[in-house]
Design a protein around this ligand. Structure first.
Ligand code: NAG
Ligand code: NAG
Ligand code: NAG
Ligand code: NAG
Length: 446
């Protein structure tokens, strides 16, 4: 009997891969465990039922969201009742909401088509990147920083405006699309690139100034294989094509807290740190730009949080307080736009769980980068990963306000054009400081 199943499985396997998985009549449920017994009920769940966590269980009183299949729903609801868990139905048919996330096709040299009013597949994003760099050859430099397992390029974009204006500037790295199903992430990062490139013609003076003040490095889609899977075969895919959660695969407290060593789990960390081409390529790229690197911002969804390192610890470490204050200011700017509310804190304080192998944590620790923040974009758990296309643009606009706020806190036009940096201090920097002191002494007479 067992061997028959194996044979059937092997025979059907190639076909199973081609048939897209659909989530018709899958239910999105939310619950807030109010004691350890209820929390454990959720933590022990994945092996007994076909459930997919959108917001995994972390602590008592932190809301959990999960999707359950129609086949398992009844038994699951019964079990939950037994444990005293109160469940709320958020969506009755997850697939029908995914179906409303319109995906458009991009046509070369028609940049107006890429308008943040729909989502785009990997190839279309790449074509748009190509057009962006073709249209701005002086400012935009496009390169591949490595190949994925399925032989896709991992693209990076360097943007520097007004080259001769400042002698040298701090660097910012923006990471998007590490988790495949978080579609709003690459959407925002492409929007941000467009905003920076178009800033000279913008009437937003803060944007203009900030765009010129830094050297920008964007990796809008770090996990193109996974992203393609979410478009063609499984909308809920999170990992890379080899089944590794890339944001658990960096060499920081690797495999130690709240990750899974089960290759089937959504948070499988891989066999060892940097076992994956995507994370290894990113590490090499960041290392090559680590001089004068002041900001590393990573974009995820969802929950509306700004998460400050370190994700594996409950403690506030290093310059947490300073970054927290910057985050709070940025949150006010975001709320000013459309009323969207963000929380700021460690992973434990925001999403509610500890975890390890996270890209930003590795960057901060390894290169002493002062300002590292992981964003969880919209929403707070209504649509979740099924964020409708009409929310893309407002999400991008408000997030841009927050990002500009973060970047302007540390940028001072007067005097030293360099933001305070944890590293990259050199002779020139010292000379600039001395010159400023001399100027200060000379001009204080009156
Ligand atoms: C979903 O459920 C409805 C009613 O329960 C049923 O009529 C429909 O056939 C189901 N759809 C799929 C794709 O299973
Ligand atoms: C969950 O698992 C833990 C440890 O594996 C066990 O102690 C606990 O009783 C389980 N809880 C439930 C509700 O099954
Ligand atoms: C959870 O919330 C309830 C009600 O607000 C409160 O009484 C309880 O102390 C909280 N428990 C924890 C562990 O925070
Ligand atoms: C300039 O700013 C105004 C008001 O702030 C706005 O309505 C207008 O669309 C902006 N123009 C451009 C070209 O961005």
């Amino acid at each position: 009997m067992a061997s028959l199943i194996v044979i059937l499985y092997l025979l059907l396997m190639p076909y199973v891969k081609c048939v897209p998985r659909k989530y018709y009549n899958y239910t999105l449920l939310s619950a807030t465990p109010i004691n350890d017994k209820q929390l454990n009920f959720f933590k022990n769940l994945t092996l007994s039922y076909d459930v997919n966590f959108w917001r995994p269980p972390g602590q008592v009183n932190k809301t959990i969201e999960l999707v359950v299949s129609p086949e398992h729903k009844k038994a699951f609801m019964n079990d939950a009742k037994q444990s005293g868990v109160y469940l709320i139905t958020v969506m009755k048919d997850v697939q029908s909401v995914f179906d409303m996330q319109t995906v458009k096709t991009y046509i070369r040299r028609k940049m107006g088509l890429f308008d943040w009013r729909s989502y785009f597949k990997t190839n279309d994003i790449y074509k748009w990147l190509q057009d962006l760099s073709n249209n701005h050859p002086q400012e935009v430099h496009l390169e591949s920083i490595g190949k994925t397992h399925e032989n896709r390029d991992i693209m990076a974009v360097r943007i520097v405006l007004g080259q001769d204006k400042y002698f040298y500037r701090s660097r910012v790295i923006i990471e998007g699309g590490i988790h495949a199903r978080e579609w709003i992430s690459p959407a925002f990062v492409t929007y941000m690139m467009q905003q920076i490139v178009q800033s000279p013609t913008s009437n937003n003076s803060i944007l203009k100034e900030i765009a010129q003040a830094y050297e920008w490095y964007f990796v809008p889609l770090l996990n193109p294989d996974g992203y393609e899977i979410t478009h063609t075969s499984d909308r809920l895919w999170r990992k890379n094509s080899r089944g590794v959660d890339l944001n658990r695969n960096f060499e920081i407290a690797f495999g130690s807290v709240d990750v899974s060593s089960n290759p089937l789990a959504d948070t499988y960390s891989g066999k060892n740190a940097f076992s994956e081409r995507e994370s290894a390529a990113m590490a090499t790229y960041v290392r090559s730009k680590s001089d004068r690197l002041d900001f590393y911002l990573a974009f995820h969804s969802y929950g509306q949080h700004m998460i400050i390192p370190y994700a594996y610890s409950r403690q506030h470490r290093e310059n947490f307080d300073e970054v927290y204050q910057m985050g709070k200011k940025a949150a006010i700017r975001i709320a000013d736009k459309y009323g969207t509310e963000y929380t700021v804190g460690t992973a434990y304080e925001t999403v509610g769980y500890l975890t390890s192998g996270v890209s930003g944590c590795w960057v901060k620790r390894t290169f002493k980068v002062p300002y590292v923040i992981t964003f969880e974009l919209r929403d707070q758990g209504y649509y979740g990963f099924a964020l409708p296309a009409k929310e893309i643009l407002p999400t991008c606009e408000e997030t841009m306000e927050g990002v500009l706020s973060l970047l302007s806190t540390k940028y001072k036009r007067e005097g030293n054009p360099l933001p305070k940096s944890g590293q990259g201090y050199n002779l020139l920097n010292t000379l600039v400081t001395i010159w400023n002191i001399i100027l200060f002494i000379l001009t204080r007479e009156d």
